[in-house]
Design a protein around this ligand. Structure first.
Ligand code: FMN
Length: 185
Protein backbone atom coordinates (compact mmCIF):
# COMPACT_ATOMS: atom_id res chain seq x y z
CA UNK A 1 0.00 0.00 0.00
CA UNK A 2 1.33 3.41 -0.92
CA UNK A 3 2.38 5.38 2.19
CA UNK A 4 0.34 8.53 1.64
CA UNK A 5 -2.76 6.44 0.93
CA UNK A 6 -2.16 4.31 4.03
CA UNK A 7 -1.78 7.38 6.26
CA UNK A 8 -4.95 9.02 4.96
CA UNK A 9 -7.10 5.92 4.61
CA UNK A 10 -6.47 4.62 8.16
CA UNK A 11 -9.44 5.21 10.46
CA UNK A 12 -10.16 4.21 14.04
CA UNK A 13 -12.18 1.00 13.90
CA UNK A 14 -14.92 0.27 16.43
CA UNK A 15 -16.72 -2.76 14.99
CA UNK A 16 -14.94 -6.07 14.56
CA UNK A 17 -15.48 -9.51 13.08
CA UNK A 18 -15.14 -12.48 15.49
CA UNK A 19 -12.19 -13.77 13.43
CA UNK A 20 -8.89 -13.82 15.30
CA UNK A 21 -5.73 -12.29 13.85
CA UNK A 22 -3.03 -14.71 12.59
CA UNK A 23 0.17 -14.75 14.65
CA UNK A 24 2.38 -13.67 11.69
CA UNK A 25 0.28 -10.54 11.23
CA UNK A 26 0.51 -9.70 14.91
CA UNK A 27 4.26 -10.18 14.77
CA UNK A 28 4.66 -7.92 11.76
CA UNK A 29 2.58 -5.24 13.50
CA UNK A 30 4.83 -5.44 16.57
CA UNK A 31 7.85 -5.31 14.26
CA UNK A 32 6.50 -2.07 12.73
CA UNK A 33 6.12 -0.71 16.27
CA UNK A 34 9.71 -1.33 17.25
CA UNK A 35 11.03 0.56 14.23
CA UNK A 36 9.60 3.83 15.55
CA UNK A 37 11.95 6.63 16.53
CA UNK A 38 12.99 6.27 20.16
CA UNK A 39 14.58 8.78 22.50
CA UNK A 40 18.27 7.99 23.10
CA UNK A 41 17.65 4.77 21.18
CA UNK A 42 16.38 3.18 24.42
CA UNK A 43 13.67 1.09 22.69
CA UNK A 44 11.77 0.81 25.98
CA UNK A 45 8.61 -0.83 24.59
CA UNK A 46 7.45 -4.22 25.80
CA UNK A 47 4.18 -5.68 24.56
CA UNK A 48 1.37 -7.55 26.21
CA UNK A 49 -0.88 -9.19 23.65
CA UNK A 50 -4.28 -10.16 25.02
CA UNK A 51 -6.53 -12.49 23.05
CA UNK A 52 -8.43 -13.89 26.02
CA UNK A 53 -11.96 -12.47 25.72
CA UNK A 54 -12.51 -12.71 29.48
CA UNK A 55 -9.47 -10.56 30.17
CA UNK A 56 -10.51 -7.98 27.57
CA UNK A 57 -14.01 -7.89 29.08
CA UNK A 58 -12.54 -7.53 32.57
CA UNK A 59 -10.47 -4.52 31.46
CA UNK A 60 -13.47 -2.98 29.65
CA UNK A 61 -15.75 -3.43 32.67
CA UNK A 62 -13.19 -2.00 35.07
CA UNK A 63 -12.54 0.91 32.74
CA UNK A 64 -16.25 1.71 32.61
CA UNK A 65 -16.28 1.76 36.41
CA UNK A 66 -13.18 3.97 36.53
CA UNK A 67 -14.72 6.48 34.10
CA UNK A 68 -18.00 6.56 36.05
CA UNK A 69 -16.07 7.24 39.27
CA UNK A 70 -13.74 9.87 37.81
CA UNK A 71 -16.20 11.67 35.53
CA UNK A 72 -19.73 11.37 36.93
CA UNK A 73 -20.97 14.07 34.53
CA UNK A 74 -20.40 11.86 31.49
CA UNK A 75 -20.39 8.54 33.32
CA UNK A 76 -24.00 7.70 32.35
CA UNK A 77 -22.76 6.72 28.91
CA UNK A 78 -20.82 3.92 30.58
CA UNK A 79 -23.73 2.45 32.53
CA UNK A 80 -24.28 -0.32 30.03
CA UNK A 81 -23.41 -3.97 29.60
CA UNK A 82 -22.25 -3.24 26.05
CA UNK A 83 -18.50 -3.17 25.50
CA UNK A 84 -18.27 0.55 24.81
CA UNK A 85 -14.56 0.51 25.66
CA UNK A 86 -12.93 -2.25 23.58
CA UNK A 87 -15.91 -2.71 21.22
CA UNK A 88 -15.67 -6.54 21.43
CA UNK A 89 -12.35 -6.47 19.62
CA UNK A 90 -10.64 -9.88 19.46
CA UNK A 91 -7.37 -8.44 20.64
CA UNK A 92 -6.00 -5.79 22.98
CA UNK A 93 -2.34 -4.82 22.98
CA UNK A 94 -0.78 -3.02 25.93
CA UNK A 95 2.45 -1.20 25.16
CA UNK A 96 4.36 -1.18 28.44
CA UNK A 97 7.72 0.01 29.66
CA UNK A 98 9.77 -0.59 32.77
CA UNK A 99 8.79 1.76 35.57
CA UNK A 100 11.48 4.42 35.55
CA UNK A 101 10.85 7.82 37.03
CA UNK A 102 13.80 9.33 35.15
CA UNK A 103 12.40 8.37 31.76
CA UNK A 104 8.63 8.43 32.30
CA UNK A 105 7.96 11.09 29.67
CA UNK A 106 10.27 9.57 27.12
CA UNK A 107 8.71 6.15 27.61
CA UNK A 108 5.26 7.55 26.87
CA UNK A 109 6.43 9.37 23.76
CA UNK A 110 8.27 6.34 22.40
CA UNK A 111 5.22 4.16 23.01
CA UNK A 112 2.90 6.57 21.20
CA UNK A 113 5.21 6.62 18.19
CA UNK A 114 5.31 2.81 18.21
CA UNK A 115 1.50 2.76 18.32
CA UNK A 116 1.18 4.98 15.25
CA UNK A 117 3.52 2.70 13.29
CA UNK A 118 1.39 -0.24 14.42
CA UNK A 119 -1.83 1.48 13.32
CA UNK A 120 -0.42 2.03 9.86
CA UNK A 121 1.01 -1.48 9.49
CA UNK A 122 -2.27 -2.99 10.68
CA UNK A 123 -4.15 -0.92 8.10
CA UNK A 124 -1.82 -2.09 5.36
CA UNK A 125 -2.61 -5.68 6.41
CA UNK A 126 -6.38 -5.10 6.24
CA UNK A 127 -6.77 -4.87 10.02
CA UNK A 128 -8.43 -2.19 12.11
CA UNK A 129 -7.13 -0.52 15.26
CA UNK A 130 -8.22 2.07 17.78
CA UNK A 131 -6.30 3.91 20.51
CA UNK A 132 -7.78 3.09 23.93
CA UNK A 133 -7.69 6.43 25.74
CA UNK A 134 -10.26 5.43 28.37
CA UNK A 135 -7.97 2.64 29.51
CA UNK A 136 -5.40 5.36 30.29
CA UNK A 137 -7.81 6.57 32.95
CA UNK A 138 -7.99 3.09 34.47
CA UNK A 139 -4.19 2.97 34.33
CA UNK A 140 -3.90 6.32 36.14
CA UNK A 141 -6.53 5.69 38.80
CA UNK A 142 -6.48 1.90 39.32
CA UNK A 143 -3.17 0.54 37.95
CA UNK A 144 -3.55 -2.54 40.17
CA UNK A 145 -6.39 -3.70 37.89
CA UNK A 146 -4.02 -3.85 34.94
CA UNK A 147 -1.58 -5.82 37.07
CA UNK A 148 -4.35 -8.37 37.56
CA UNK A 149 -4.78 -8.44 33.80
CA UNK A 150 -1.14 -9.43 33.32
CA UNK A 151 1.27 -6.48 33.61
CA UNK A 152 4.27 -7.83 35.52
CA UNK A 153 5.80 -6.07 38.52
CA UNK A 154 8.23 -3.35 37.53
CA UNK A 155 6.32 -2.50 34.32
CA UNK A 156 3.62 0.02 33.54
CA UNK A 157 1.25 0.57 30.66
CA UNK A 158 1.88 3.54 28.38
CA UNK A 159 -0.53 2.99 25.49
CA UNK A 160 -3.22 0.46 24.70
CA UNK A 161 -4.87 -0.35 21.41
CA UNK A 162 -7.39 -2.78 20.04
CA UNK A 163 -6.90 -4.79 16.89
CA UNK A 164 -9.02 -6.99 14.66
CA UNK A 165 -10.66 -7.39 11.28
CA UNK A 166 -13.07 -4.49 10.72
CA UNK A 167 -16.71 -5.44 10.32
CA UNK A 168 -17.49 -2.26 8.42
CA UNK A 169 -15.27 0.18 6.63
CA UNK A 170 -15.40 3.40 8.66
CA UNK A 171 -16.08 6.68 6.84
CA UNK A 172 -13.36 8.52 5.01
CA UNK A 173 -12.40 10.88 7.86
CA UNK A 174 -11.72 14.55 7.72
CA UNK A 175 -8.90 16.84 8.74
CA UNK A 176 -8.57 20.59 8.92
CA UNK A 177 -5.86 22.09 6.77
CA UNK A 178 -2.38 22.07 8.36
CA UNK A 179 -2.31 25.27 10.39
CA UNK A 180 1.14 26.82 10.11
CA UNK A 181 1.34 29.45 12.83
CA UNK A 182 4.60 30.79 11.55
CA UNK A 183 7.12 29.88 8.89
CA UNK A 184 10.38 31.33 10.10
CA UNK A 185 12.90 31.88 7.31
C1 FMN B 1 -4.87 9.81 22.64
C2 FMN B 1 -6.08 9.20 21.96
C3 FMN B 1 -7.06 8.59 22.73
C4 FMN B 1 -8.16 7.99 22.11
N1 FMN B 1 -9.04 7.31 22.87
C5 FMN B 1 -10.09 6.70 22.29
C6 FMN B 1 -10.98 5.90 23.07
O1 FMN B 1 -10.82 5.71 24.28
N2 FMN B 1 -12.04 5.33 22.43
C7 FMN B 1 -12.25 5.50 21.09
O2 FMN B 1 -13.23 4.97 20.58
N3 FMN B 1 -11.40 6.22 20.31
C8 FMN B 1 -10.33 6.80 20.89
N4 FMN B 1 -9.43 7.50 20.12
C9 FMN B 1 -9.62 7.59 18.65
C10 FMN B 1 -10.06 8.99 18.24
O3 FMN B 1 -11.39 9.20 18.61
C11 FMN B 1 -9.85 9.11 16.72
O4 FMN B 1 -8.49 8.97 16.42
C12 FMN B 1 -10.33 10.45 16.17
O5 FMN B 1 -11.73 10.58 16.31
C13 FMN B 1 -9.97 10.63 14.68
O6 FMN B 1 -10.51 9.57 13.92
P1 FMN B 1 -9.58 8.60 13.05
O7 FMN B 1 -8.63 7.89 13.98
O8 FMN B 1 -10.55 7.64 12.40
O9 FMN B 1 -8.85 9.43 12.06
C14 FMN B 1 -8.30 8.07 20.70
C15 FMN B 1 -7.30 8.67 19.94
C16 FMN B 1 -6.20 9.20 20.55
C17 FMN B 1 -5.09 9.78 19.71
Amino acid sequence: MELDYCIKDRRSVRTFKEESVPKEKIESILEAGIWAATGMNRQPWRFIVIEDKNVIKFISDETKKAVREAMPAIGKRFETNEDVICYNAPMLILICTEVDKNFGNLNLRDSVLAAQNMFLKAHELGLGTCYMGWIDLLNQNRPEILKKAGIPDGYEMQVSLILGYPKNKPGSGKRNKANVLKWVK
